[in-house]
Structures are given as C-alpha cells and as structure tokens.
Write a new protein. Structure first.
Length: 180
C-alpha cells in the first residue's frame, strides 16, 4: 500500500519520466517547468517586438515549443554525460566561476530575468545559465583537443539511447519529431 501511495504522489507531482536519455530520466516536472519558461520568454519577446503574443496560444505553436524544449533537455543531458565522462565534477565549479564573472558586468540581470522569464534568479541560473556554461566548457575543451563540437554532438545523438514516453513525440536519431 505504501508503494502504491508513494507512486500516486510521485505521479501527481510530475516525478515520472517523459524521456530517458542513456538511462538518465527527464521528468515531467522538469519538462513542465522548462516549457513554462520557454512560453513566458516567447510571449515577452512577441510583446516587445509588437507582435501578438496570442499567436503562441495555437495548438501547433504549443506543440512546437514543447518539442523544442524536450529536444533541448535531451541535448543538455548528452552534454552533462560527456562532461562527467571527461572531467568528473570539476566542470561545475568552472561553470559557477564563469557565471559569477558574467554577473559582475551586468547589475540589471536579476531584474531582467524576473521580467523576461518570470523566474527568480537562482532558478534561472540552474535552468538557463548553467546548461549554457556547461556547453561552453565542453566546446572549449574540445577545441583545445582539436575536436569538433558539432561532430561530437552529431555522433552523440546517433549513438544515444533515447526513449520518449510522450505520445506526441519521437526520437529520430538526430532530434525530437512531432508524431503525425
């Protein structure tokens, strides 16, 4: 009974997988949060540019945003896995230092993050800045080793075991596609 009850609460709170990437789970909770952030960002970009943000309310636009978000989460998972393989845990402190240096030059960033993404800065850092920093670290290290990041990514995607558990999408070996 305890197992059933804990399973119910886990599912209710989004702690079930939407995708599995080389045995790493992407949970519905994480997917939902990232989708909210992407929607908020695009709505604000449409508003700033003078376009109608209601354009994003269409089923097609929402499906495409969810597809892109899932693809980005899979990409991030591949980058994290490669960083862990090459550098163990040293990359996290490098990323933190990289972000701290960038913040010194931009005092308005925290207010802009709240307006543009609707997130507290700490959450923005975890969900947007750290994945970007991780990618930059991997790209930089690969460059120093005369490796091409684009080639690595193409190969990593082709070799990855990606199982998408959402009925809307499928993995084609290179990216996420909408099921037709």
């Amino acid at each position: 009974m305890a197992t059933g009850l804990s399973g119910y609460f886990a599912a209710r709170n989004g702690y079930y997988p939407v995708a599995v990437v080389n045995f790493d789970l992407i949970t519905a909770e994480k997917f939902s949060k990232e989708n909210y952030t992407a929607n908020k960002y695009f709505q604000n970009q449409f508003f700033i540019s003078g376009s109608d943000p209601k354009t994003l309310d269409s089923a097609e636009a929402q499906l495409e945003i969810r597809r892109a978000v899932l693809e980005e989460l899979i990409f991030n998972s591949l980058v994290y896995k490669e960083l862990n393989r090459r550098f163990k845990d040293e990359y996290h402190s490098i990323a933190e230092n990289k972000i701290d240096q960038a913040l010194k030059n931009n005092s308005n960033l925290q207010a802009a993050v709240k307006e543009l993404y609707g997130l507290e800065f700490s959450e923005f850092k975890d969900r947007v800045l750290l994945p970007q920093a991780y990618q930059e670290i991997l790209e930089g290290r690969m460059f120093l080793n005369n490796e091409n990041f684009g080639d690595w990514l193409k190969n990593a995607k082709a070799k990855a075991t990606v199982i998408i558990l959402s009925p809307e999408f499928e993995w084609n070996g290179d990216g996420v596609e909408i099921k037709r």
